[in-house]
Structure formats: structure tokens, C-alpha cells
Design a protein around this ligand. Structure first.
Ligand code: C2E
Ligand code: MG
Ligand code: MG
Ligand code: MG
Length: 291
């Protein structure tokens, strides 16, 4: 209780004390309920990963997938991450949940590669809390070793918010992560703390264009931000992936402007593992979708 009260108090500021207290008790109870449900969820194995293909715009083929967390709640059904990641983050449970995500995703990628589906990259989202966890480096190294996934096949997705605080420390950790042999992506690029200076100093491999910019691509308009991000990425020798691609005209536009990869409902929604493997087995590609 004390922790949550402190958190709320800090967030709202001292002057609001007299107004928030009654509501806070209600909210604190609600948060505790979700927290204990989240804690149980790990033990009861209620978390599942869905996988969304990442498609090379030149070859049209699936080259990787992003692991996306879902909570299969016994009463609420399939709960989307936006409804619980924030709380998992605040309570610190994200560290344990994130470790499960990483292990499960890497084991799954390794197993698809063992089943003859070729080299595949697996992208895993990392929350800020995990990033400040002292065990992060050793736990990633351990998962890579235990699953036998080639490090180059792991892509860690970070958000710009991570770079706001202790820049020197962040740079050091990113270099240690890179030394494991994995790839680093900036997720939702352009929506956060977008200082270009970090791009020069940080060992990043991929920019993921946020879907809000991709949705600006329409039939006749120039999507200036998308084009600029592609140019920026390529000038810095980074790969660029467009997120939230929903239409064929967006695919054409991105290809014409040299974007490397796409991810979005146009090709496929995030899928349970068995259905994702179906796509791999069918050899689904961008030509198949357009046909
Ligand atoms: P994200 O990492 O930016 O993931 C992309 C989100 O966009 C996913 O939502 C995906 O389902 C959705 N999406 C993909 N293609 C399209 C499209 O064409 N149109 C639209 N409208 N949406 C599309 P999802 O799965 O609900 O995840 C939301 C966010 O939750 C993720 O955003 C990520 O920030 C977070 N998240 C998901 N899984 C994890 C995880 O394992 N750990 C952490 N820390 N965060 C996660
Ligand atoms: Mg992501
Ligand atoms: Mg994103
Ligand atoms: Mg997002």
C-alpha cells in the first residue's frame, strides 16, 4: 500500500493531497488486485506470445518476427499489453515477465530455425525497467546460451525514453549488449525524446518508423516524415522498418522510397505460434498477399 500511495503522491504532487486521498484508496485497491493477478498469471502460465512477421520489401519474404505479449485471462479473455504493461512496469513485475518473454521468444525462434525455416530474426520489446535491471546483461547471455539461438538473430527493441536520463550509463550498457552479438532497434521512432545526438553515439542497428507516420502515407500525398526517417537511417547506415503498414499503396510507397522492411496488418496480424508457423510453411510472401 505504502509504495503505491507514495507513487501516486509523487505523481500528483503535494498540493493535491486533500483531493486525491479518497479516490486513491479505491484506485490503490484496484491496482493491488491487478498486481496480484499479474503475479499469479506467471505461475499459472496465462501469458502467451503472438508473433508478427517482418517482411523484406525487396524479396517480399518473411525475414523475422516481433514477439508481442498477451495475457490469456480466465475471465477477461485475451488482454492486450497496453492494459497491463504499465502496471507491470510500475510494480517491477515486468522484470520477471520480461525474462519469460525473452526466453520463450528465443526458444521459439530457435525451434522454427531447427524446423528448416531458415535464418529468422526475433524482435523482443524491452521495457525501461528491465533496462535498469543489473541482471539484464547476464540474463540475456544466459538465454542465448541455453536456447542456442545465434545472437545475431536476436533484436532488442528499445524506446527513446531510455536515453533521457543517464546518457553515459545507457551508452555503456548498449555497448555491452552489442558485444553479445545481438541487434538493437529503436521502436516507435520519432514519437519520443528525439534528440538526434544519441543516434550518433549509440550503437543502434535499426529504426522502426512509428505507425502514426506510416498512416500519413495516402494515395497522393508525400509522406515527408517517413521519407526523412528512411534517409536519416540510411545515412547513418541503419536498417529501417515501417510499423503499422495496412494498405498496398503504403507498401508500394515504402518500397519506392527504399524502406528495408515492413510490419503490419496488410501482411499479417500478430499470430499465435502455430499459425505463424503455417505462414512459414506456406512460404507466404508479399506477392501471395497481393494476389
Ligand atoms: P510495439 O512494440 O510498437 O508493437 C507494435 C504494436 O502495433 C502491436 O500492438 C501490434 O499488434 C500493433 N500493430 C501491428 N501492425 C499493426 C497495424 O497494421 N495496424 C495497427 N493499428 N496496429 C498494428 P500490441 O501487440 O497491442 O502491443 C502494444 C505495445 O505493447 C507494443 O508496441 C509494446 O510497446 C508493448 N509490448 C508488447 N509486448 C511486449 C513485451 O513483451 N514486453 C514489453 N516491455 N512491452 C511489450
Ligand atoms: Mg515493438
Ligand atoms: Mg512500435
Ligand atoms: Mg507502439
Amino acid at each position: 500500500h505504502a509504495d503505491i500511495a507514495m507513487y501516486r503522491a509523487k505523481k500528483l504532487g503535494r498540493n493535491n493531497t486533500q483531493f486525491y486521498e479518497p479516490a486513491m484508496n479505491e484506485e490503490a485497491r484496484e491496482r493491488l488486485r491487478i498486481e496480484s493477478a499479474l503475479r499469479n498469471a506467471l505461475e499459472r502460465q496465462e501469458f502467451v506470445l503472438h508473433y508478427q512477421p517482418q517482411v523484406d520489401l525487396q524479396s517480399g519474404r518473411i525475414v523475422g518476427m516481433e514477439a508481442l505479449l498477451r495475457w490469456q485471462h480466465p475471465e477477461l479473455g485475451m488482454v492486450a499489453p497496453n492494459r497491463f504493461i504499465g502496471l507491470a512496469e510500475e510494480t517491477g513485475l515486468i522484470v520477471e515477465i520480461g525474462a519469460w518473454v525473452l526466453r520463450t521468444a528465443c526458444a521459439q525462434a530457435r525451434s522454427w530455425m531447427d524446423n528448416g525455416h531458415g535464418m529468422l530474426r526475433i524482435a523482443v520489446n524491452l521495457s525501461p525497467r528491465q533496462f535498469s535491471e543489473p541482471q539484464l546483461l547476464s540474463s540475456i547471455a544466459e538465454v542465448l546460451q541455453e536456447t542456442g539461438l545465434p545472437p545475431a538473430c536476436l533484436d532488442i527493441e528499445l524506446t527513446e525514453g531510455l536515453f533521457m536520463h543517464d546518457v553515459a550509463q545507457a551508452v555503456e550498457l548498449l555497448h555491452k549488449l552489442k558485444a553479445l552479438g545481438l541487434a538493437l532497434s529503436i521502436d516507435d521512432f520519432g514519437t519520443g525524446y528525439s534528440s538526434f545526438s544519441y543516434l550518433r553515439h549509440f550503437p543502434i542497428d535499426v529504426l522502426k518508423i512509428d505507425r502514426s507516420f506510416v498512416s500519413d502515407i495516402s494515395e497522393d500525398d508525400e509522406a515527408a516524415i517517413v521519407v526523412s526517417i528512411i534517409a536519416l537511417a540510411h545515412n547513418l547506415k541503419l536498417r529501417v522498418i515501417a510499423e503499422g503498414v495496412e494498405t498496398e499503396s503504403q507498401v508500394d510507397y515504402l518500397r519506392r522510397h527504399g524502406c528495408d522492411e515492413m510490419q503490419g496488418y496488410y501482411f499479417s496480424r500478430p499470430l499465435p505460434a502455430a499459425e505463424f508457423e503455417q505462414l512459414l510453411r506456406q512460404g507466404r510472401d508479399l506477392q501471395t498477399v497481393a494476389a
